[in-house]
Write a protein that binds this ligand. Structure first.
Ligand code: ATP
Ligand code: MN
Ligand code: MN
Length: 377
C-alpha cells in the first residue's frame, strides 16, 4: 500500500442503474477525457465504442474519491484496456496524447460545430464535411438545402449553444404551465430531464404533461402549441402525434426504442430577465452577441403521456441517457423484461407489469430505488 492511509480500493456494481451517481463528480478530469473520446467515437459512427467510453466514464463518476493510482481500479467493471490506458496516461503525465490530438483534430472540431446546429445529426455533418463545409460561415455561404429545423438551428446558433440556467428553466416552466392550464384545466406539468436530476444548467428544458383522467390528454400538444403561438412564444416547433398501441408497438417488440408519445420539440422565445442591481447594464455579462436583443432562444421539449404510462414516461425522460440505456440493458439481460418509456413487459410471464410510480418500476426490476438526483451517470 504505497500511499498508506490515502490509498483506497474502490468497488462498484456493474450496471449504472445499480449505483448512485450524484452531480458531485470527484474525477471530472478523467471523465471529461473519456467523454470526449465517446463523443468522437459517436461522431465517427462507432456507437459501440462510444457506449464503452461512456460506461467507463460513468464508473469513475460513481467513485467517492479522486483516483490517484490505476491500481485502485483493479476489479472495477466497464474499464476496458483502452479506457485504462487513457486514465493511466492522465494520472502519470497529466494528459493523454490521444485525447489532446483528438481535441485538436480538424475533423473532430468540424463535427462538433456542425452537430451543434439544432437539427443536424452525425450523417449530415459528415456529408457536409466531405463537401468542404467545415464551419458555420461556409454553411451560411454555400447554402446546402437546409430543412426547417436546421434553418432555425443555424439562425439561433449562439443562443442555443449557451447553457440554459435553472432560473430560465423556471421561467419557461411558468409559461408552459400557463399554456397547459388554459387549454386543459386539471392537467399536470412535470419538469423532467437534467433539471429534475438537479443539474444547474442544461442544453434544453424538458416537460412531461399528463391528466389524471385517462384519455383527456389526447390531442393536447396541438392545443398547447396554438396557445403558445398566439402568445408569440414559439420560434420553431415540430409536433408528433401519439402512435403507441400496446401489443403492436409494445416493449415486447424489439424495434420500439423510439418513443411514440405526443411530443413537441420546440424553440422558445424567452424574454430576457432584467438584471437587477448596478453595473449589470453593460453587455459584458451577457456575452458578445447578446447586445440588444431583449429575448433569447431556448430549446424546449414537451411530451404528453396518458396517466397509465406516466411513471414509465417520467422514468424514461428523466435520464441521464446512459442511466436509461443501462436500465433497459438490465431489464433485458438480467430480468428477461423489456422496458420502454411506455411500459414494462415480462417476457417470461408474457404480460405487462403495471406501475403507478417510479418506485414500483424499480421494484419490478429488482433494483434498489435510485432518486433522480442520483441518476447522473
Ligand atoms: P441536458 O441538460 O443536456 O438537456 P438531459 O439529460 O436533459 O440533459 P435530454 O437530451 O434533454 O438530456 O434528454 C432527457 C431525457 O429524455 C433522456 O433520458 C433521454 O433518454 C430522453 N429522450 C430525449 N429525446 C428522446 C426521444 N426522442 N425519444 C425518447 N426519449 C428521449
Ligand atoms: Mn434536457
Ligand atoms: Mn430534451
Amino acid at each position: 500500500q504505497r500511499r498508506g492511509a490515502e490509498f483506497v480500493m474502490f468497488s462498484v456494481p456493474s450496471y449504472a442503474c445499480q449505483r448512485r451517481t450524484s452531480l458531485d463528480n470527484r474525477n471530472a478530469v478523467l471523465t471529461d477525457a473519456l467523454s470526449l473520446l465517446a463523443d468522437n467515437a459517436e461522431l465517427s459512427g462507432d456507437e459501440g465504442r462510444g457506449v464503452a467510453f461512456r460506461r467507463a466514464a460513468a464508473v469513475l463518476k460513481a467513485l467517492p474519491k479522486p483516483v490517484t493510482d490505476t491500481t485502485q481500479l483493479r476489479g472495477l467493471p466497464c474499464l476496458g484496456e483502452h479506457s485504462l490506458r487513457v486514465i493511466k496516461d492522465i494520472l502519470e503525465d497529466g494528459a493523454s496524447d490521444e485525447v489532446e490530438s483528438t481535441r485538436r483534430s480538424e475533423r473532430y472540431k468540424a463535427l462538433k460545430v456542425l452537430t451543434g446546429v439544432f437539427g443536424v445529426g452525425v450523417k449530415t455533418a459528415d456529408r457536409w464535411i466531405r463537401e468542404g463545409i467545415r464551419d458555420l460561415q461556409r454553411l451560411r455561404d454555400s447554402g446546402p438545402a437546409l430543412n426547417r429545423a436546421q434553418q432555425a438551428g443555424l439562425q439561433h446558433y449562439d443562443d442555443l449553444n449557451q447553457p440554459v440556467t435553472r432560473a430560465e428553466a423556471d421561467a419557461i416552466a411558468e409559461i408552459v404551465e400557463r399554456a397547459v392550464a388554459s387549454v386543459l384545466p386539471g392537467a399536470q406539468t412535470t419538469l423532467t430531464g437534467g433539471f429534475r436530476r438537479g443539474k444547474l444548467t442544461g442544453h434544453d428544458v424538458d416537460f412531461l404533461i399528463t391528466h389524471p383522467e385517462e384519455g383527456r390528454e389526447e390531442g393536447l400538444v396541438p392545443k398547447v402549441v396554438s396557445w403558445l403561438e398566439s402568445e408569440g412564444v414559439l420560434l420553431y416547433q415540430k409536433t408528433a402525434r401519439n402512435s403507441y398501441l400496446e401489443g403492436r408497438d409494445g416493449p415486447g417488440r424489439p424495434s420500439s426504442s423510439m418513443d411514440r408519445f405526443e411530443t413537441c420539440f420546440s424553440i422558445f422565445k424567452l424574454p430576457r430577465e432584467e438584471k437587477r442591481g448596478a453595473g449589470q447594464t453593460h453587455g459584458a455579462a451577457c456575452g458578445p452577441e447578446a447586445g440588444h436583443k431583449p429575448w433569447r432562444a431556448v430549446r424546449v421539449d414537451l411530451v404528453v403521456s396518458p396517466v397509465s404510462q406516466f411513471a414509465f414516461a417520467l422514468l424514461g425522460w428523466t435520464g441521464s441517457k446512459l442511466f436509461e440505456r443501462e436500465l433497459r440493458r438490465w431489464a433485458r439481460h438480467e430480468k428477461a423484461m423489456s422496458l420502454s418509456s411506455h411500459a414494462l413487459y415480462d417476457n417470461k410471464q408474457r404480460r405487462y407489469l403495471r406501475a403507478a410510480s417510479e418506485e414500483e418500476i424499480f421494484a419490478h426490476l429488482g433494483l434498489e430505488f435510485i432518486p433522480p438526483s442520483e441518476r447522473n451517470a
